[in-house]
Design a binder for this molecule. Structure first.
Ligand code: PSU
Ligand code: MN
Length: 303
C-alpha cells in the first residue's frame, strides 16, 4: 500500500471485489470550467458513471495526500478555489506532497494516481498534446509521455485545435500509444467531430476496447491507450466559429507572452470567452458522453 495514497472506501471496496471503477481528473474542475458549472458538472459526471454501473473516483491532491475518490465537499472546495489551486503535473507531485499542499490533477497525474490505486479506466474532456509552434517553444504536454508509460485507458473527445493535432498523433505514434476512434476512423477535435486526421483504429463497442487493453496488459506492454469519442452531433460546434476563436486566442497568448503551464488554462478560458456560453455547454456534454463510454469500458474490463 502506497503510504501517500488515500483510496476512498467505496472505491477500495469496488477494487477489492473486481467491480468497475472510473477515474476522473480535477484540473478540469479547477482550471477547465468556471464555478459553479465546474462543480455541477463534476458531480453530474460521477452520477452518470454510477448509472452506467461503475464507481467514480475523482482524483486530486488534498493537503499533501494523493486522493483516489473525493467527497462532494472536496469537489466543491476545488471548484470554488479554481485556478488558485496548483495545477499538478508529474513534476509537481513530490513537492506538493512533501509540503502538504493541494493540487488539481491533470491527465498526467490523474493517470499516475489511478495506476497507483489499481484503476484502469479514466474519463476526461480533452488531453494535452503538442502545441502549435512546438518546434520553437518545445511545449509538449506531459500527458503524452504519461500515456506512453502508464497503463490506463483514457477516454477523451480528442484534443482541442489549440494544439497541433497532426504532431500530437505523430508523437503518440513514436511513443507507442494506440489511438482508438469510437465509432469513427477520424480523430475528433473536441468541440467538433472532425479534424480531417485519421486515428489508428476504429472500434464500435466498449468490449472491443476492453479486449485490446487487456491484451496490451497481458503481453506486459507498458503504457496506456487513448480512446477518442466524438462529441454527440447535436452538441458539436460550427467549425468556423470555433477555429476563429482558437486563432484569436493563440494570437493574444503570443502578444501577452504567456508560456509554460499557463498556456492551456489561458487558451481554454479565452476560447470560452470568445464563443460565449455555447462552448461551455458543448464541453459539459462531451464529458458526460465520455463518462458513459468509460463506465462501459470499465465494466467490460471486469467481465
Ligand atoms: N484540454 C482541455 N481541457 C482541459 C485540459 C486540456 O480541453 O481541462 C487540461 C487537462 O487537465 C490536461 C491539461 O491534462 O489541461 C494539459 O495541460 P498542459 O498542456 O499544460 O500539459
Ligand atoms: Mn505545456
Amino acid at each position: 500500500m502506497n503510504k501517500y495514497l488515500d483510496i476512498n472506501p467505496e472505491v477500495q471496496s469496488a477494487l477489492d471485489n473486481g467491480k468497475p471503477v472510473v477515474a476522473l481528473e480535477s484540473t478540469i474542475i479547477s482550471h477547465g470550467m468556471p464555478y459553479p458549472q465546474n462543480v455541477e458538472t463534476a458531480l453530474a459526471v460521477e452520477k452518470i458513471i454510477r448509472e452506467n454501473g461503475a464507481v467514480p473516483a475523482t482524483i486530486a491532491i488534498i493537503g499533501g495526500r494523493l486522493k483516489a475518490g473525493l467527497t462532494a465537499e472536496e469537489i466543491d472546495y476545488l471548484g470554488k478555489t479554481g485556478p488558485a489551486v496548483a495545477k499538478a503535473s508529474r513534476r509537481d507531485i513530490a513537492v506538493l506532497v512533501s509540503k502538504g499542499m493541494d493540487g488539481a490533477t491533470t491527465v498526467t497525474t490523474t493517470m499516475m494516481i489511478a495506476a497507483m490505486a489499481g484503476i484502469k479506466v479514466f474519463a476526461t474532456g480533452g488531453i494535452g498534446g503538442v502545441h502549435r509552434g512546438a518546434e520553437k517553444t518545445m511545449d509538449i504536454s506531459a500527458d503524452l509521455e504519461e500515456l506512453a508509460n502508464t497503463p490506463v485507458v483514457v477516454v477523451c473527445a480528442g484534443a482541442k485545435a489549440i494544439l497541433d493535432l497532426k504532431l500530437t498523433l505523430e508523437y503518440l505514434e513514436t511513443h507507442g500509444v494506440p489511438v482508438i476512434g469510437y465509432g469513427t476512423k477520424e480523430l475528433p477535435a473536441f468541440y467538433s467531430r472532425h479534424s480531417g486526421l485519421e486515428v489508428d483504429y476504429r472500434m464500435d463497442t466498449p468490449e472491443e476496447i476492453a479486449e485490446a487493453f487487456m491484451t496490451q496488459q497481458a503481453m506486459g506492454l507498458k503504457g496506456g491507450m487513448l480512446v477518442t469519442n466524438p462529441i454527440p452531433e447535436e452538441y458539436s460546434m460550427d467549425e468556423k466559429v470555433i477555429n476563429k476563436a482558437i486563432d484569436d486566442a493563440l494570437k493574444e497568448m503570443d502578444e501577452k507572452g504567456i508560456h509554460g503551464k499557463e498556456c492551456t488554462p489561458f487558451l481554454l478560458a479565452k476560447v470560452k470567452e470568445l464563443t460565449g456560453g455555447d462552448s461551455l455547454d458543448s464541453n459539459i456534454q462531451l464529458v458526460f458522453n465520455n463518462a458513459r463510454l468509460a463506465a462501459k469500458v470499465a465494466s467490460s474490463c471486469c467481465k
